[in-house]
Design a protein around this ligand. Structure first.
Ligand SMILES: Cc1cc2nc3c(=O)[nH]c(=O)nc-3n(C[C@H](O)[C@H](O)[C@H](O)COP(=O)(O)O)c2cc1C
Length: 206
């Protein structure tokens, strides 16, 4: 018997807060699905000097992720600001520390998704989402983007892609989430939660 609810891990990096706001909306989507929780976690920044050590508790936002948060999740959402069309180094640095989980196949057949924030409309959202998809596939996860049954995808003039939710934060990263971006994040969170529950049940019977 499980003594706590299964959870979707929402693991993000955010320097200026845009990706963090996205993570919180995605979490609301997860929690709109009965029987599963959202667990928000972040990663520390990386420093050009290897000696730099950050405080154990971040000044704001979610606490830092531990490997066990990843090990026991029922589903995983990765969020990162776009950095030159790619995920940010701190998130990649953490992912590169997950070899032990990969060796044991702990994420195999679990669902995953990704979300990103850019300053400009055509600043590489899809490539960043794909950059996060790659390690998820290596871990054997089942990637779920956003289906076009979310009709906002057809009409959005800001963020929102079939590869995952996105946000156009503006040059100063200070634009709030647009309603359409918020709806898509919630839909993505809810879908990931539903898939996480379904696949968890399936793993139990097989
Ligand atoms: C090193 C670096 C590279 C960036 N590369 C891009 C880029 O390729 N395209 C883009 O639109 N924005 C780029 N940005 C802007 C961030 O993606 C954008 O400000 C994002 O919204 C920040 O998210 P955050 O508020 O969660 O930190 C870059 C920012 C930095 C610091």
């Amino acid at each position: 018997m499980r003594d706590s609810l299964p959870y979707v891990l929402i693991l993000y990096y955010s320097r200026h807060g845009a990706t963090r706001s996205m993570a919180e909306q995605l979490a609301a989507g997860v929690e709109s699905c009965p029987g599963i929780e959202a667990r928000l976690r972040t990663v520390p920044p990386v420093s050009p000097t290897c000696e730099a050590v950050d405080p154990e508790i971040p000044a704001e936002g979610a606490v830092y992720v531990e490997l066990d948060d990843v090990r026991h999740c029922a589903g995983l959402a990765l969020g990162s600001p776009t950095r030159f069309g790619n995920m940010a180094a701190p998130l990649k640095y953490f992912i590169d520390s997950t070899s032990a989980l990969w060796l044991n196949g702990v994420l195999v057949d679990k669902p995953a998704t990704a979300f990103t924030s850019t300053s400009s409309l055509h600043g590489g959202q899809e490539t960043t989402l794909v950059s996060m998809l790659l390690p998820l596939l290596h871990h054997g996860m089942i990637y779920a983007g956003l289906p076009y049954s979310e009709t906002d995808l057809m009409t959005t003039t800001v963020g929102g892609t079939p590869y995952g939710a996105s946000h156009v934060a503006g040059q100063r990263s200070d634009q709030p989430l647009a309603d359409v971006e918020r709806r898509l994040l919630r839909a993505q969170g809810k879908r990931l939660a539903r898939l996480a529950l379904a696949l968890a049940n399936q793993r139990e019977v097989s």
